[in-house]
Design a protein. Structure first.
Length: 149
């Protein structure tokens, strides 16, 4: 299953504590979370992805395409890929989202690249059910101990 999100990738920031005791996140991450609240359910509906939220263990492949600055010498975006993956997984979890909880993700790959010049950023999410070795082999491992006798 492929889901394309028209969101410029943003790394998750750590929660910070204000002097007043209030917890807050960096402005870019807070804006990303707010935008994702409407973008993710709308994208799922528009791309006609039935059966959401998905159940069971999942394999997820995230591809981040970041808006390219007008001037950069960097070959890839500067943010940490693992933090962008955390932000994306948080945005994809919930009752009206792709899966209920990001703890369902047992296999994860993530890559980042620049979008074409003048093109807005986006996130591609590929999700598949996770197959255990026993399921993949049709349960062959379950009976392998019986053949020794």
């Amino acid at each position: 299953m492929l889901l394309v999100l028209p969101l410029n990738p943003v790394p998750a920031s750590r929660p910070r504590l204000a002097r007043s005791g209030r917890v807050f996140y960096a402005k870019t991450y807070a804006n990303f979370k707010k935008q994702a609240e409407t973008v993710v359910p709308t994208a799922i509906e528009m791309q006609e992805l039935g059966g959401c939220p998905l159940a069971g263990p999942l394999m997820v492949d995230l591809r981040f395409f970041s808006r390219r600055p007008k001037k950069t010498t960097l070959q890839f975006p500067r943010y940490d890929t693992d933090n962008a993956a955390k932000a994306a997984l948080d945005a994809l979890q919930g009752e009206d989202r792709l899966f209920l909880n990001d703890s369902q993700v047992v296999a994860l790959t993530a890559t980042k690249a620049w979008a074409e010049p003048e093109q807005e950023g986006w996130i591609e999410v590929r999700v598949e059910p996770y197959w255990t070795d026993d399921e993949f082999r049709g349960g062959m491992n379950a009976s392998s101990d019986d053949t020794d006798s």
